[in-house]
Structures are given as C-alpha cells and as structure tokens.
Design a protein around this ligand. Sequence first.
Ligand code: AP5
Length: 215
Amino acid sequence: MRIVLLGAPGAGKGTQAKIIVEKYGIPQISTGDLLRAAVAAGTALGKEAKAVMDKGELVPDSVVLGMVEERLQKDDCKKGYILDGFPRNTKQAEALDAMLSKLNMALTAALSVDVPLEDLMKRLTGRRTCKSCGQMYNVYYGPSKKEGACDKCSGELFQRDDDKEETIKKRLEVYTAQTAPLIEYYSKKGILKSVSGTGSINDIFAKVSELLGLK
Ligand code: AP5
C-alpha cells in the first residue's frame, strides 16, 4: 500500500493513518508531524517553519520536499507508506510524482477523507494530543477518561499552537485554495478514492479498509 491521504484540516487523516499503522505496520509520513518535530528540536528550519505554521500558511515547498524525499528512502517504506498532509498543492504533487518514479515506488491510491467544512472548527479546537505517544482525543467527540491525561500511557495532553480559531480559519482557506484541487489531480490519474469522514472513527476505518482492499 502506497497512499496519499487528502482532506481538509481536521478531516481525520491522522486518526485513520494511525489505525492503519497499528494494524498493518506501514509507516505514516506526516509532514505536519515532521515539521512540529523540527519546531520542538529548535532547529533553524523549525524556527522558520513555526512562524509560517502559526499563521496557518504553507511552509515553502523546497523545505517539505526535501524532508519527504529523505524519509521515503528509509527501509521501513519498502513495505509501503501513508503520506498524510502531503502533497498540499499541485507543485508538491508533481514533484512527488517525479520523486516516486525515480525511487520506483509509485502511488497505489489517493484517499480523500471528506467532511463538511462547517464541522471542522469544533474538531480542531477540541483536539488534544498525547505528548508521549501521539494518541489523539477530542474534548467534544472523544475525550480522554481523565482530563489532560492519555488513556493509553498517562502522558500529558496538549493543544496544538495552530488549533486556535483565527489560525484554523486561515488553514481552511489555504486548504480550499491550494489543496482541494488535488482531488481533481488524482481523479484524472484514475487513483482517487473517497470516503465520508463523518460518523464513528471505527465505521470510517471499515470503509477505508474496503476501499483500499485491506484484509
Ligand atoms: P498538518 O499537521 O498536516 O495539519 P492539517 O492538514 O491541518 O491536518 P490536521 O492534522 O489538523 O487534521 P487531520 O485531518 O489529521 O485530523 P485528525 O485526525 O487530527 O499541518 C499543519 C501545518 O504544517 C500546516 O498548516 C502547514 O503550515 C504545515 N504543513 C504541513 N504539511 C505541509 C506541506 N506538505 N506543505 C507545506 N506546509 C505544510 O482529527 C482532528 C480531530 O478530530 C481530533 O481531535 C480527532 O480525535 C477528531 N476526529 C477524528 N475523526 C473523527 C470523527 N470521525 N468524528 C469526530 N471527531 C473525529
């Protein structure tokens, strides 16, 4: 399985990707997570990225493309990969095609997770993530049993800096203008599959499994 996950901020790309990782051991490559790791490490790239991410805009293509190319060459990607949050615009999609053709690991599917834009604000303002294991919760739709602590590992839960209302509005605008056109891009290539991202996480995963032919 070599897939791209498409969908607006908060559609549930990361949530579904983490279930696939757990069940099938295929790595999730999230450019957002890679960038947040650089921010946390305080590298020069991280400092540059943080300023852009806090505004809800896209980090320069050159930065993201370099990170993805390096990650795809690691051994664990030989059995497949899930690209989550990448590509984000047509230029990144074209560069990805060229990269994958060079590495001989072309995409098998692009899966679009579709959620009405009006539902996304609550998903994003309510999101909480475990600092230790990355497990996600939602204060409105799926809270942890104990406030502020992870059910799985008791780690501390945090709210992402870009999950503030004003930044979310900008992220949704950027998605509509720059990322949504990729649905058409992959449809033209004949590899687009779409799933509704509304409903229970497990029900959505059942549909994802069927669409991707997972056993
Ligand atoms: P990134 O980290 O990629 O964020 P995003 O695309 O905005 O997506 P999210 O992680 O916010 O949402 P998701 O779809 O994964 O939803 P989740 O599963 O968490 O990017 C952040 C920033 O980094 C960008 O703004 C940009 O600056 C930069 N960046 C990243 N990639 C880049 C690139 N390629 N180029 C340039 N810049 C880049 O779910 C959200 C919430 O909903 C959670 O609380 C979850 O528990 C809940 N939830 C999930 N499913 C359901 C459900 N079925 N019902 C109810 N609640 C649900």
